[in-house]
Design a protein around this ligand. Structure first.
Ligand code: MLT
Length: 340
C-alpha cells in the first residue's frame, strides 16, 4: 500500500549520496549525543538505536553515538532546548511537544487533518512540504527535523468509565501534552484538560492526579498503561507523529560527509519504522486488550460530533503565513492521493 513512499524515499537517499559512491569515506572522530524521554523498546528507542548502528558501522567507529533514554535528559520539551544549545545533537519527540518552541509543527497536529496513516506517509514523503516545514521549524526552534515517525491514532484512556460520547468524558481529568493545540481541542470537546510534561504522566495516573490521558496503542504498550488505566476510546482525532530532530547549528557545522551520513542514517531508520508501523500498532492494540483494557470505538455519527468541535479550532491555529502555507500544502497532497 505505502510501499511506493519507501521506494521514493530510498531513491532520494541514494541520489543524495550518489556523489560519494565508490569513494572510501573518512570521518572525523566524534561522539553524537542522542536522547529521548521514552523507553528503549519505544519507537523513539528503536529509531535511535538503529541510527547508532548505521552511523557507527558506516564510519568504522570514527563517529560514535551515545544514547540517553527514559527521560534521563529531561522531558521532551526540555530536549528541544538542549538541542538548540548543542547539549544534545539528536533527539526524538512527539511533534506536539515540539510546538511550544516551533508553533509551525502544529501543521501536523491539526485535529482530524489526517483520516489514515497513508495520508501522513504521503505528506511526510513530499520533499517540498518537508523542506518548508524543516526550514520553518529550524527558524523557530534552532532544531531541524531530518525525519518523522508515524505511529497510530491518539486515543483516550481513563480509569473511571467507558467513553462512548462527548458527554461521557465530562468531569474526567484528562492529561494532554502541554501544547496549545491539544488544550484547545479538549476544550472544544467540552472539558478543561490537564497539561503535563510527558515524564510525569505514569505517576500522575497511578496516584489519581489525573483520570486519563491520550496516546497511541504503542505508547500504551511501552508504558504498560493497563496497570493504571481500564478504558480506551478511539476518537481518531490526531495521529502520533514523532519528530527526529537535530541541533540545527551542530548540523550546519558538520562536514559534508558526516552530514550525509547522519541524514542517511535517520532516513533509513525512519523508513524501516514506517514499514513496521501498522503491525507494531495492531500488535500493541492486541496487547492492550489482552491486558484487560476495554476498547471503545466511537460510533461514526458520534465521531462526526467530535470532529465538528475539534475542526472549529483550526482558524485559531491557521493564522500565520507559515501555517497557512503548510496546511494548504498538506491538504493538497491528501486531495491528490488516489481514491480507494
Ligand atoms: C506525549 O503525550 O507527551 C507524547 O505522545 C509522548 C511520546 O513521545 O510518545
Amino acid at each position: 500500500m505505502k510501499h511506493w513512499y519507501l521506494i521514493v524515499g530510498a531513491v532520494l537517499v541514494s541520489a543524495m549520496l550518489a556523489p560519494n559512491l565508490g569513494v572510501a569515506q573518512t570521518y572525523k572522530k566524534q561522539t553524537i549525543m542522542a536522547a529521548s524521554a521514552n523507553t528503549p523498546g519505544s519507537n523513539h528507542g528503536v529509531l535511535l538505536n538503529r541510527f547508532k548502528d548505521i552511523v557507527e558501522k558506516e564510519s568504522n567507529g570514527a563517529v560514535t553515538v551515545k544514547i540517553y533514554l527514559g527521560g534521563t535528559m529531561g522531558d521532551e520539551v526540555a530536549n528541544v532546548k538542549q538541542l538548540r544549545n548543542k547539549e544534545l545533537h539528536i533527539g526524538t519527540l512527539f511533534s506536539g511537544n515540539l510546538t511550544p518552541n516551533a508553533p509551525t509543527a502544529n501543521a501536523l497536529c491539526l485535529p482530524y487533518l489526517f483520516t489514515s496513516m497513508d495520508e501522513a506517509y504521503a505528506v511526510l514523503s513530499n520533499e517540498d512540504f518537508l523542506k518548508e516545514l524543516a526550514d520553518d521549524v529550524a527558524k523557530e526552534s534552532g532544531t531541524r527535523p531530518l525525519g518523522w515517525m508515524i505511529g497510530g491514532w491518539r486515543s483516550i484512556t481513563n480509569s473511571k468509565k467507558p467513553i462512548n460520547t462527548l458527554e461521557d468524558m465530562q468531569g474526567l481529568k484528562i492529561r494532554v501534552s502541554p501544547t496549545a493545540m491539544q488544550l484547545a481541542a479538549f476544550r472544544a470537546f467540552g472539558i478543561e484538560p490537564h497539561p503535563m510534561a510527558w515524564s510525569e504522566v505514569f505517576n500522575a495516573l497511578q496516584q489519581g492526579v489525573v483520570d486519563g490521558q491520550e496516546n497511541m496503542y504503542v505508547t500504551n504498550r511501552d508504558n504498560k498503561f493497563w496497570e493504571v488505566q481500564k478504558y480506551m476510546t478511539e476518537i481518531h482525532y490526531m495521529l502520533w507523529i514523532g519528530a527526529v530532530l537535530v541541533s540545527d547549528s551542530w548540523y550546519k557545522s558538520l562536514d559534508a560527509d558526516t552530514r550525509a551520513l547522519v541524514e542517511k542514517a535517520v532516513k533509513t531508520a525512519q523508513n524501516e519504522q514506517w514499514a513496521a508501523a501498522e503491525k507494531v500498532e495492531s500488535d500493541s492494540k492486541k496487547l492492550t486488550i489482552d491486558n484487560g483494557m476495554q476498547v471503545t470505538i466511537l460510533d461514526p455519527k458520534e465521531e462526526e460530533r467530535w470532529k465538528e468541535r475539534a475542526r472549529s479550532i483550526w482558524p485559531d491555529f491557521v493564522k500565520t503565513p507559515e501555517m497557512k502555507s503548510l496546511s494548504d500544502k498538506a491538504l493538497a497532497i491528501i486531495a491528490a492521493m488516489p481514491k480507494k
